[in-house]
Write a protein of this length. Sequence first.
Length: 371
Amino acid sequence: MNQPLDPDRIQAALDAVHRAGIPAAFAEIRDGDDVFSGASGIADLDTGAPATADMRHRVGSITKTFTAVAVLRQVEQGHIGLDTPIGHYLPHLVPGDRGDAITVRMLIGHTSGLPDYLPHAYPSLAAFPRIADTTPRSLEDHRFTRFDPVDLITLGVKAPATRAPGDRPGVYSNTNYLLLSQLLEKVTGAVAEQHITDDVIAPAGLRDTELATTTHIDGPHPRIYESWFGMFDPPRDFSVFDMSWVGASASAISTVADLNRFFGLLLDGRILRPATLEHMRRTGPVISFEGTTLDYGLGLTRKDVPGRGAFWGHDGSVWGGGAISMTSADGGRQVSLAVTRQRWNPLDANGKPQPHPIDKALADLYALAMS
């Protein structure tokens, strides 16, 4: 049985996340006309400023849903073929047999077999660390490094494939979405971030959402703190960071209210045609960065909640910040949440992340919010 919103219990669960070690957590939870909007903790550990639920924040890979929608809108207009090989559009980036085998659909759904470029960027560009055998110094070294997306795509395309194109389970990869951003630029003639803003974000009325690879966030926002598995102790402020390392894959800025509005409109069929939305909802197994199995469609993940049914949405993280936005299949319950610390789990002697009290506190909050 669906439970009505209990603001006191939700606030207590948010407070528990803060007490477990998250500097700030904030959420908007909607159930029909009932809305909980609240926060817990400190937005800036230097000044002690409190967090508020209307703050703007980096949403990481939730960006992928916006990018997927922009591509699918071009599919609806006949400018992109969902099952057309990417080599037809971008032969210089994915040449030969691989370009002929990998379709646009495979890129959106992470079944292309193209690996993520990040593990391969470390030896090539000294850009980002490997968890088990490096220090996080490169995060500091590259706060203001401007990356060319074509260079990053090239690293992913040249690396050994994770799967044959179309094989399951798929493997989650930012390379796929940087290629989709290049595809959008090819067919629209506009920079991908600007096109997504003009074609998806603005028409949806998302006044506090932007897609930009800038280093700073404008407007009221919390500072975000990266632990990098205990290597930053105390966690280090990474609020300022050049986001060109992920581009249209994970560089969006939004609010919890805007996220609920976007997914509400999308899943209600007011951004894409019903038939296109059904393509987004055709899911299969995809292996995440953390090694878990996602039930992934085309830019959407599915989570089944006992007693409530399916929820649809996405989550994401950047250095220091994380967010999740999920909407029930019937549209009745929406949950958007942001936190201002990431990778809090310490590593054991084998480099495996260990449990942390934050894990349980967040799981309890999710369970309450989606019940």
